[in-house]
Design a protein around this ligand. Structure first.
Ligand SMILES: *[C@@H]1O[C@H](CO)[C@@H](O)[C@H](O)[C@H]1NC(C)=O
Ligand SMILES: *[C@@H]1O[C@H](CO)[C@@H](O)[C@H](O)[C@H]1NC(C)=O
Ligand SMILES: *[C@@H]1O[C@H](CO)[C@@H](O)[C@H](O)[C@H]1NC(C)=O
Ligand SMILES: *[C@@H]1O[C@H](CO)[C@@H](O)[C@H](O)[C@H]1NC(C)=O
Length: 367
């Protein structure tokens, strides 16, 4: 199976991690300070954070200027809390270096921060990938490494973090397949957008219990997996714009009744705009612009009680309910709607209809 290839390296990951685990235990080059550190966990924190500081090549805003000495709990961006399994001792529970603009990489020693529940690195210039030693972070709940320069295949170590709920790796340079295992995780939110992922969206997408899924601006292709309908109980926001998606929007999409944001703009979706979207009573933002949709925009859609912005420009739609004209924020331009301004030429509309016949059948067949 194509999607499993990116995580073939998983086994390798795990083996490497075990080897690294032992090498970290006997770590040589960071000498603990002479002043005593309150407990062994903060000692490990000290080793991890000092190794990380050494792995930083530029810190223009001097975020880590006070990362010296034994009191790791006073380091900027480092948060301590009582250890969950031993409330009498302090341990490093969170790291937040958001917007620090630091460059460097993440050293394996970070795996020593075993009580970490938050790791926020948004908007820095870190390179490389997530160390395999992160497999020890059993309490890690939020992992945000967005807007950095991480690269390589999908960081498979995240598939082994049992507490992970929030995974944000957007705006990096990850490439290759999106592994299907990521949709089996018990996540609340998943952000993969603005990377260079290449494979199609895995068929098991709908197994994911997330409320927010954003995959926009990658180089995937293929169809929206039919399993999407299985997310009816949980999904509130899905953004799949600019992915090169083909095929049609299935009629059963209307079952996603909790959806507030649906954005499939800038793809190659064809066929009609399902009338069932008119059953998504919570929908606030609907963007289907820049596709190849045909047919009528149903009254039920434009009458949705919470719809705040409906963008359907740059398609080949041939009609819209008069109710649509009353929407405050809508864009119906560059379609084939009679008597509306800023529409496509009749030649364009005619030739497009001739090419629509096999929408779905051809474009949805995978492999
Ligand atoms: C760091 O924290 C310790 C213990 O909470 C405190 O005694 C010390 O004064 C702090 N050091 C600095 C430099 O803030
Ligand atoms: C981050 O630091 C680099 C190098 O010092 C600098 O060129 C860049 O403008 C900084 N970016 C931001 C957003 O401050
Ligand atoms: C509606 O959404 C479109 C697409 O996201 C956006 O470009 C436009 O500015 C929005 N319009 C309003 C009035 O918010
Ligand atoms: C289009 O506009 C013309 C002239 O304004 C009108 O006669 C015609 O009935 C309109 N057609 C539709 C489909 O609304």
């Amino acid at each position: 199976m194509k999607n499993s290839s990116s995580c073939v390296s998983l086994a390798v990951c795990v083996v490497l991690t075990i080897i690294l685990f032992f090498s970290i235990q006997s770590h040589q080059h960071i000498f603990p300070p002479v002043i005593s550190i309150p407990n062994p966990r903060l000692m490990k924190g000290y080793i991890a954070l000092q190794a990380w500081k050494l792995a930083m090549t530029s810190d223009p805003n001097k975020f880590t200027a006070n990362w010296n000495g034994p009191h790791v709990c006073n380091y900027t961006g480092v948060y301590c809390a009582p250890a969950p399994d031993d409330p009498h001792i302090l341990t490093v529970a969170g790291v937040d270096l958001n917007h620090a603009n630091i460059s460097g990489f993440l050293p394996e020693e970070l795996g020593l921060l075993k009580d970490l529940s938050l790791f926020h690195l948004n908007s820095n210039r870190f390179r490389g990938t997530i160390p395999a030693s992160f497999i020890h972070l059993h309490l890690l709940y939020e992992l945000d490494i967005s807007n950095n320069r991480f690269s390589g295949q999908f960081p498979c170590v995240v598939l082994y973090l049992p507490s992970l709920k929030y995974l944000d790796i957007r705006f990096n340079e990850f490439h290759g397949d999106i592994p299907e295992q990521v949709f089996e995780l018990e996540l609340d939110a998943l952000f993969l957008n603005d990377n260079k992922f290449e494979s199609s969206l895995p068929e098991n997408l709908g197994n994911s219990p997330v409320s927010v899924f954003v995959a926009a601006n990658n180089d995937v292709s293929g169809c929206i997996p039919p399993s999407l309908a299985k997310m009816a109980g949980t999904l509130e926001e899905i953004i799949l714009s600019n992915l090169g998606l083909t095929g049609c929007l299935r009629q059963d999409i209307g079952i996603l009744k909790g959806l507030k944001v649906l954005d499939v703009s800038f793809n190659k979706l064809c066929g009609p705009l399902p009338e069932s979207i008119g059953e998504m009573r919570n929908l606030e933002q609907l963007n289907v612009a820049h596709n190849k949709l045909i047919g009528q925009v149903a009254e039920s859609i434009c009458s949705l009680p919470n719809l705040k912005n409906f963008t359907y420009s740059f398609n080949y739609l041939s009609g819209e309910s008069p109710v649509c004209l009353g929407l405050l924020a809508k864009d119906d331009s560059r379609n084939c709607i009679p008597n509306r301004s800023l529409q496509r030429s009749s030649e364009e509309c005619k030739s497009h209809y001739l090419h629509q016949i096999n929408c779905g059948a051809i474009t949805c067949s995978r492999n």
